[in-house]
Design a protein around this ligand. Structure first.
Ligand code: PLP
Length: 368
């Protein structure tokens, strides 16, 4: 059997909810309210309730969300913020944008989230915050991280861009730290049809400051209380997200089912499969295996119709903006993941036949 399996299929998802989405978009066009307004308020309330926080402040994207949370906490020049050595670039970039310094800590083998022991090692008198990333859809070790934060009076911003609906134990991610940030970039587990993001928190003052920052520090028209920025969510995106949020748990269940099936099928091969721990809800934003000769496997799978990606080919300290200040060999686990990680297709709408095909092709590639 010959197939072509895409890495993700946003069109299949759109088709599955087309009537609801089209209606929501038409409503926006007819009402000509394009930025903010009741639909944005409604999505904020729905998302806060989904995560289980008092507040949700929408903004323009997930990178802004991190910057706004840090700025609202008063983090800036002279401050250090500890971030994982393996994440998407925005995590560390946001720290620099607010004027602070990102300090990397290695990630844990097999869990791929920030190593609490290395956080401890990296704390100095200038450390102000930790940004754990719920990487690939798996919760970071939030209980240990919060204990360290309490001990050293550090703020915690959970970068939850890859983990909508994940949990650590029986507590949702996004409810542990002082604030958590989300991206609704189209490819994320909850994706808009353009850029969008949000900050969630239980802290009233922090929520208020974040809200001001997202809209030029304005408390009312012409009344600017501080210098913020323009980082608002489009009404169209909020409407799309409200429709999609209703489907998210169902989609997440499918992702988890696909990941479990992959794991069963791949467990006897000479590669590392993702660790699935019953007690934590991993929402599988991506399904990452670790294989030797990663690029060869990737190319051969592509020749056989299977699209894969790499998340990510470099650990953050190896990237140009950090090369002169850090040595990537100090982060051996992040470095090994960057060298050997390969993301296989995973999306809610994929079929068992597609996974069987991918597994079959992968077996042949590894045997050849
Ligand atoms: C996608 C992502 C971001 C940035 O979100 P944008 O909406 O693209 O700005 C931040 N952190 C992580 C871990 C991400 O995956």
């Amino acid at each position: 059997m010959i197939m072509k399996v895409p890495f993700a299929d946003l069109k299949a998802q759109y088709i599955s909810i087309k009537s609801e989405i089209d209606l929501a978009i038409e409503d926006i066009l007819i009402n000509t309210s394009f930025v903010g307004g009741a639909k944005v308020k409604a999505f904020e309330a729905e998302f806060a309730s989904y995560i289980g926080t008092e507040h949700c402040i929408s903004c323009a994207n997930g990178t802004d969300a991190i910057e706004i949370a840090l700025q609202a906490m008063g983090i800036g020049k002279g401050d250090e913020v500890i971030v994982p050595a393996m994440s998407w670039f925005a995590t560390s970039e946001a720290v620099t944008t607010v004027g602070a310094k990102p300090i990397f800590a290695d990630v844990l083998m097999d869990e791929w989230t920030i190593d609490p022991a290395d956080i401890r090692d990296k704390i100095t008198k200038n450390t102000k915050a930790i940004i754990p990333v719920h990487f690939y859809g798996r919760a970071a070790r939030m209980v240990e991280i919060m204990a360290i934060a309490t001990e050293f009076a550090l703020k915690v911003v959970e970068d939850s861009a890859q983990a909508h609906g994940a949990a650590f134990g029986n507590q949702n991610i996004g409810t542990f730290g002082d604030a958590a940030t989300f991206s609704f970039y189209p490819g994320k587990n909850l994706g808009a049809y353009g850029d969008a993001g949000a900050i969630v928190t239980n802290n009233d003052d922090l929520a208020h400051t974040c809200r001001l920052i997202t809209n030029h520090g304005m408390i009312a028209k012409h009344d600017h209380r501080l210098e913020g920025r323009n980082s608002r969510m489009d009404t169209l995106q909020a409407s799309v997200l409200s429709v999609k949020l209703k489907h998210l748990e169902g989609w997440t269940e499918q992702r988890i089912k696909h990941a479990q099936y992959y794991n069963e099928q791949l467990s006897s091969l000479s590669l590392r499969i993702p660790l699935i721990q019953e007690e934590h809800k991993h929402v599988f934003h991506v399904y990452v295996i670790q294989v030797r000769d990663r690029m060869k496997v990737k190319t051969e799978l592509a020749n056989r119709g299977v699209a894969t990606q790499v998340h990510y080919p470099q650990a953050l300290p190896a990237l140009i903006p950090y090369q002169s200040k850090f040595d990537v060999s100090d982060f051996p686990v992040a470095k090994s993941l960057a060298a050997e990680g390969l993301s296989l297709p995973i999306f809610p709408e994929m079929t068992k036949d597609q996974i069987d095909f991918i597994v079959g092709q992968l077996k042949e590639v590894l045997d050849s």
